[in-house]
Write a protein that binds this ligand. Structure first.
Ligand code: ZN
Length: 115
């Protein structure tokens, strides 16, 4: 555990310069890889992801916390672009493991629901 990390109950929390990052189990977020709670200003990232994907997802979720764009498609594009520039390998691996039926269905439902 690095000096900027701590455990609260069973959660590993990393303090980024701006926002806390909480590492959670797969069961907390599946099928999503991460989540940005904009109200509480906390980023959540799954602990079962490959290291490169965790870095990409963390960068993606932290970007969401700073972004004030309203339209969700544009928000996702911006967060992915930002994180892919910083973690290109994580972006590639993330894209590859996102090609499961569960993830594709998840994207389809988001498009259908428009959020
Ligand atoms: Zn996102």
């Amino acid at each position: 555990m690095s000096p900027n990390q701590c455990r609260v109950q069973n959660l590993l929390i990393t303090m980024s310069p701006e926002f806390p990052i909480v590492i959670v189990g797969k069961e907390e977020l599946y099928p999503f890889f991460g989540k940005a709670d904009c109200k509480e200003q906390i980023a959540y990232v799954r602990d079962d992801l490959p290291k490169s994907v965790k870095k990409f997802v963390t960068s993606h979720e932290l970007y969401h916390l700073r972004d004030e764009t309203k339209w969700w498609v544009w928000r996702e594009y911006r967060a992915n672009f930002h994180a892919a520039l910083r973690h290109p390998w994580g972006f590639i691996v993330c894209a590859m493991i996102s090609l499961s039926m569960t993830r594709l269905r998840c994207y389809y439902n988001r498009f259908k629901e428009g959020k």
